[in-house]
Design a protein around this ligand. Sequence first.
Ligand SMILES: Nc1ncnc2c1ncn2[C@@H]1O[C@H](COP(=O)(O)OP(=O)(O)O)[C@@H](O)[C@H]1O
Ligand SMILES: [Mg+2]
Length: 260
Amino acid sequence: MNNPEEVEFQFSTQKFEEEWVGKALKNFQEDGWFSGVLYRVKGGKEAQVYCCKASPGMGVDLIAAKIYRLRRNRAMKNYAQYQQGRHITSDKRYLRALKKKTRTGKAVEDRAWLKHEFRTMQMLYHAGADVPQPFELSGNTILMEFIGNARVAAPLLREVRLDPTEAKPLFDRCIENIEIFLSCDSIHGDLSAFNILYWNGAITVIDFPQAVDPFDNPSAFSLLVRDVERVCQYFSRYGIQSRPVDIAADLWRRYLQREL
Ligand SMILES: Nc1ncnc2c1ncn2[C@@H]1O[C@H](COP(=O)(O)OP(=O)(O)O)[C@@H](O)[C@H]1O
Ligand SMILES: [Mg+2]
């Protein structure tokens, strides 16, 4: 009989993984979010995602737990570019720790990315963008809507072969999402077919820790152009011709003129 306080794994794990995941998910499990971890989704650059079985009455069957590996900024390319203008904390103690790069300082910095990702997802979800519904943030973990089923997670857009008829509507929807992000003063900043899931004929954009606010970030326009370019590049294999710089410039002009 398992200890009810222990996180239950329904797949084979290594001891260190059980400890790491157990520690990250214990509070959520105690709060009744889910009853066990069904499987590990293929990991990304910065985080490991797990598919969890939601407790009865949660309104969903499955929950994704995105658990960050520590020190995410070490692996992040162009860290300074994203960090420009980012508000981390106004607490003087923490500001001192951040400046001196002490352990507390690094922990505050790590947490700032998670908080930023969670809040960005909340804002975009409520604005009607195709992002997983964010549920809860605690420690180094974000709980959100799981895209996929109890056996498999949704594949990345780059892993699927689209039907020729669905490519154009999905391309349009990707651009619409970029427009919704911008209307919320947000640019994804790492958008590509690696951060877009495909499930039941629809797309879901994920992975927001590096999202930037154009008001704070002088590189905003070039990040927007790059996001649009990567989407256009992916869809060009389906014969969709587009002019990414023109699309980005048009979005940017409408954004600056407050037409979005
Ligand atoms: N809500 C979700 N539902 C299903 N799979 C997800 C979800 N969020 C992330 N994933 C999977 O986990 C991987 C890593 O998540 P991601 O947010 O992209 O973090 P990273 O910064 O590690 O790339 C993704 O490539 C995707 O396969
Ligand atoms: Mg990713």
